[in-house]
Design a protein around this ligand. Structure first.
Ligand code: SF4
Length: 552
């Protein structure tokens, strides 16, 4: 019997039975189009509860379903016993899977509480509490870890539900929203201690149910973050300053203490031995924060490869610091478009000279590689500007060869609720096709292809344009890379998909393909450098190997 089971649902619950064209919606992230990666919050909730003696289990149902076509979801759910079942609805593309899993959990466990958490469930909490009676609770906001113990205690009779901060619940059919705590106050109560993940795997004799994503066995990584909230207002982003202020109760950016970030990195190194991704712009956190964090990485003997992200081009001093303190590092930046005008309309205000300088500094100061991301589906973006992106990539590849990795991908399937594009769509030239949670559920339920499930189009590109252009761009990039002898995607596969965007079923191939199309997942791997520091690392990586060999 558990106190709480943290469940991650696939994007579309019955994806294994559907005939659907999933498209390149997840080509530039570690997940498949089923979006099987659970939020980092699962590890922080585990780290919050286990030291206090609560019995917690992570159940990544999406990974289990993907990795084993015979995996019986209902049987697994029926066999679990827990006071509370908590399902993440952080990223909206999980709406279909999360609601269906919640319904099944309630069917088999009517006495248990079923709850949701994450930004999307926060955004839609009133609609959920009104219309989905199989969901009992939602913990609202971006930092809810500290409230889990109180919620479990209250549900088990050791307190009152009305005292649990940030809780949406029902009392005698009436929806109640408890007091909302300022998230800024709790930033340092969040820890990511991967030890507890390993312990749960050992105790349950199962790694699969706790895997962050299915390809983790091939290209593993750990994560930490330095901040919550954002200083920027990228137009399509549901994690922007605007979105946090208007939808998620956050008034400003909170930075985690350097001690906590270092502890997380040490935990990744000691328990997993895999590369780590630091979420949040370390340079933007200020000179003092940057210098102290990087210095402490070195002082603490952290030598796993680390990926850094920057929101704006960073100066040379940043790379000098990285070179001095981090044994192997990679940097990523998302200019969105090579067209400075389009980039500005997307909410990023730097020019190509600045971008190229930062790339040059990274190269000069020993970055292992640099990832640069462009998007399709931006305000003021046209076919011509996307083709200009490809010319730009051409020049970058000529200059840097395989050291630089350039990606372009569609904004799919949804622009985020809470983002400027969603909330002020006309101002930014977006047409929005789905407003409510149910609208989004229906988009996934009834669409036959990823193009039909887009919740938007722009004044400049229709849904079909976005679909066609994404594949055309992928095709041109793959061709260009082949000509330059750079590793790239399967051109024939992209061609097949290009021919299948017809919406009339005339060319059903290659539907039901769940995998990368315009990029190979290998292109995302920033390091295969695994450090076996101790027995935990040894067993994690041994099991990874075995799982890779036995993958069904
Ligand atoms: S996409 Fe832009 S707004 Fe969103 S988190 Fe990144 S920098 Fe902030």
């Amino acid at each position: 019997m558990y106190d709480i089971v943290l469940m991650h649902a696939p994007s579309i619950y019955d994806f294994r039975k559907r005939v659907r064209d999933y498209g390149p919606v997840s080509d530039v992230i570690p997940s498949t189009p089923i979006f099987e990666m659970y939020p980092i919050g699962f590890v922080s909730i585990l780290s919050q509860l286990v030291p206090l003696g609560y019995r917690v289990k992570i159940e990544n149902l999406a990974v289990e379903m993907l990795m084993d076509k015979n995996f019986d979801v209902e049987k697994r759910i029926k066999g679990l016993e827990s006071s509370i079942f908590s399902i993440d609805l952080h990223w909206l593309p999980h709406v279909h899977g999360a609601l269906n899993i919640a319904r099944i959990v309630k069917k088999y466990h009517p006495e248990s509480a079923v709850m949701l958490g994450g930004l999307s469930s926060t955004y839609y909490h009133m609609e959920i509490m009104r219309n989905y009676d199989f969901i009992d609770f939602i913990l609202l906001g971006d930092t809810t870890e500290p409230f889990f113990p109180q919620l479990i205690d209250a549900f088990q009779g050791g307190g009152k539900l009305e005292d649990v901060p940030n809780l949406a619940w029902r009392e005698n059919g009436r929806i109640r929203i408890n007091r909302i705590e300022p998230p800024e106050r709790y930033i340092d109560s969040v820890r990511l201690d991967y030890r507890y993940l390993i312990k749960q795997c050992i105790r349950n004799l199962s790694v699969k149910s706790a895997l962050p994503y299915s390809d983790w066995i091939i290209s593993p990584s750990g994560m930490t973050f330095i901040e919550k909230g954002c200083h920027h207002n990228c137009v399509i982003c549901g994690g922007s300053k605007f979105a946090y202020e208007h939808s998620y109760f956050r008034k400003g950016v909170s930075y985690r203490s350097i001690d906590n970030v270092i502890d997380d990195l040490l935990s990744i190194q000691e328990n997993l031995g895999v590369p780590a991704f630091i979420i949040g712009d370390v340079h933007e956190a200020g000179r003092k924060y940057e210098e102290e964090l990087l210095k402490r990485i070195k002082e603490n003997g952290i030598d796993i490869p680390i990926m850094f992200e920057i929101f704006n081009p960073a100066p040379e001093s940043f790379y000098v610091n990285l070179e001095k303190n981090v044994s192997e590092y990679t940097v990523e930046i998302s200019p969105e478009s090579s067209d400075e005008n389009v980039r500005g309309f997307a909410g990023r205000y730097y020019n190509n000279t600045g971008l190229e300088k930062t790339v040059e500094y990274a190269k000069k100061h020993g970055a292992r590689k640099m990832d640069i991301f462009f998007s399709i589906g931006l305000s003021h973006q046209t076919r011509e500007t996307v083709l200009k992106d490809i010319d730009y990539m051409d020049k970058m590849y000529d200059r840097y060869g395989s050291w630089v990795h350039l990606f372009t991908s569609p904004i799919a399937p949804f622009v985020d609720p809470g983002s400027l594009a969603f909330e002020m769509n006309e101002k930014f030239g977006y047409r929005i096709f789905a407003r409510t949670l149910n609208d989004h559920y229906n988009l996934l339920e009834y669409s036959k292809s990823w193009v039909d499930s887009l919740n938007y189009e722009t004044e400049w590109l229709t849904r079909i344009d976005i679909g066609r252009l994404s594949l055309e761009a992928g095709y041109l990039i793959a061709k260009m890379k082949k000509e330059k002898n750079l590793p790239g995607s399967n051109i024939e596969l992209i061609e097949k998909f290009m021919n299948s965007i017809s919406h009339d079923g005339a060319n059903p191939l290659p539907r039901n393909y769940i995998g990368p199309i315009i990029y190979e997942k290998d292109e995302l791997v920033w390091s295969k450098n695994i450090k076996i520091k101790n027995v935990n690392c040894f067993f994690v990586n041994l099991y990874r190997g075995i799982l890779g060999l036995t993958r069904k």
